[in-house]
Write a protein that binds this ligand. Structure first.
Ligand code: GBH
Length: 456
């Protein structure tokens, strides 16, 4: 095996690609869709690097057949996409918008016709603005509205969609959105961000039950972004810093979901920042209910160093002000976004989960990918090496790994970074929306054909 070949995975292993509604669909004002927090946030001056938004994006709302053709041509066994909540329930808690449901209905039918298994993410960051106006994820009510929406979506699509992902990366929706302020809704809070994280998890638990009730037999999971936090040096201070980072990024989510409890040290980390009064009896049983699978998004390891708190007074701290900074590591190659390329972080993530949680469900890598910032529609040798080495690293963990989804099928709106970073197996020309497969796409197609060919 080389850096340009995929390891042979077991029969039935699912190969696919992933996208998310706001990043590809465009058509934000069509067919009754309501505003999401990303429509509002991207209008804020300075919020998105190039001043862009997802208003047009890849126009997948109209060009979804092109996306299905790309998946089919790739030989993908599955497609992970997300449903835009504001297309289904535009005001968050009122009428259901039938044209929105019809769009996903057509997409699902087209996938099924080609034998491509739909993996549906219910929440990939596009909260209806109307709910944000009532507190957003800071408010427990949002979790209940989420479960209602989940039930509507599963009720309509559950006869053809068997695989459901409640949330994509609750870390980003809570901490990046409500504490760092780099994502919608752009808040910088302590208590509010921790409440958002907890309510996202409550929403997950309620949605698991709602999907199972609406479509018995469905497989339901959650997708977490996991980044091992390694100390920048062997000093006690950096080791402590890495532990704090691990609590914030990883264990705040893995431990309640997979182990039914917040991790040791978590409450202490936020003493004086929040009274954690948003937690209620019974929440952890709901959040920790057994899942059919866990989705893992892996991009990079974090090299953590101790740093001064931005606010000495805990009462003034945001939830990400934990006395840690992420530092570059000498000798480690980085992507065009400056993200360290370390496939072993994926191995460590998976073995770490298996070691800590005895009842770990089957795992899918639901995202893994690399961006190029320069615009080269054709050759992308770094992407081929990235995929091959990360799949090999995942396989090496020896866990019950069921599939791998590359992020992303096509270039798209990369949130606060706009359209500069290009993650796609296929290039997208803006604003025409024309898709052109890159070298990595052709490579992956050939590799998948070899996987499926019978061996002697
Ligand atoms: C995923 O998040 C998302 O699910 C997906 O929508 C997105 O397009 C994809 O990754 C690529 O980014 O700005 O350098 O300080 C990945 C997790 C966590 C990665 C926040 C970027 C900020 C790092 N993200 N992180 S940086």
């Amino acid at each position: 095996m080389t850096d340009s070949e995929l390891p042979r995975m077991p029969a039935g292993f699912l190969w696919g690609a992933a996208t998310a509604a706001y990043q590809i669909e465009g058509a934000v004002a069509e067919d009754g869709r309501g505003d999401s927090i990303w429509d509002t946030f991207s209008r804020r001056s300075g919020a998105v690097a190039d001043g862009s938004s997802g208003a047009v994006a890849c126009d997948s709302y109209h060009r979804w057949r092109d996306d299905v053709d790309l998946l089919d041509g790739l030989g993908a066994g599955a497609y992970r996409f997300s449903i835009a909540w504001p297309r289904i329930v535009p005001s968050g808690d009122g009428e259901v918008n039938k044209p929105g449901l019809d769009y996903y209905d057509r997409l699902v039918d087209a996938l099924c016709e080609r034998g491509i298994r739909p993996f549906v993410t219910l929440y990939h960051w596009d909260l209806p603005q109307a709910l944000e106006d009532r507190g957003g994820w800071r408010a427990r009510d949002t979790a209940e509205r989420f479960a209602e929406y989940a039930s509507v979506a599963a009720g309509r699509l559950g006869d053809r969609v068997g695989d459901w992902i409640t949330l994509n990366e609750p870390y980003c929706s809570s901490i990046v959105g409500y504490a760092e302020g780099r994502h919608a809704p752009g808040a910088t809070e302590g208590h509010g961000a921790l409440a958002a994280a907890h309510h996202l998890l409550v929403g997950h638990g309620l949605a698991v039950a709602a999907v199972r009730a609406a479509c018995p037999g469905a497989r339901v999971g959650i997708t977490l972004n996991l980044s091992p936090a390694v100390p920048a040096t062997s000093s006690e201070a950096d080791r402590d810093a890495a532990r704090r980072m691990d609590l914030l990024v990883n264990r705040q989510f893995t431990d309640p979901v997979l182990g039914g409890a917040y991790p040791d040290g978590f409450d202490r980390l936020y003493a004086g920042v929040s009274d954690l009064s948003f937690r209620r009896a019974g929440d952890l049983a709901l959040i920790g209910a057994p899942l059919d699978f866990l989705g893992v998004n892996y991009y990079y390891r974090i090299h953590a160093a101790a740093a001064p708190y931005e606010q000495p007074d805990p009462a003034l701290r945001t939830a990400c002000d934990i006395g840690v900074r992420s530092v570059p590591r000498e000798g480690v190659p980085v992507t065009d976004l400056g993200w360290p390329i370390e496939p072993r972080g994926l191995t460590d993530t998976l073995t770490g989960l298996a070691g800590r949680f005895p009842g770990l469900p089957p795992i899918y890598v639901t995202e893994n990918g690399v961006a190029e910032v320069r615009e080269d529609p054709g050759a992308d040798p770094d992407r081929i090496r990235f995929i091959a080495t990360h799949v090999a690293a995942a396989a090496e963990a020896g866990v019950d790994l069921r599939g791998y989804f590359y992020w992303s099928l096509i270039d798209n709106f990369e949130w606060a970074r706009g359209y500069g970073p290009r993650f796609g197996l296929a290039h997208v020309d803006y604003p025409t929306g024309n898709r052109t497969p890159r070298a990595s796409y052709h490579w992956l197609r050939d590799q998948l054909a070899r996987q499926h060919a019978t061996t002697v």
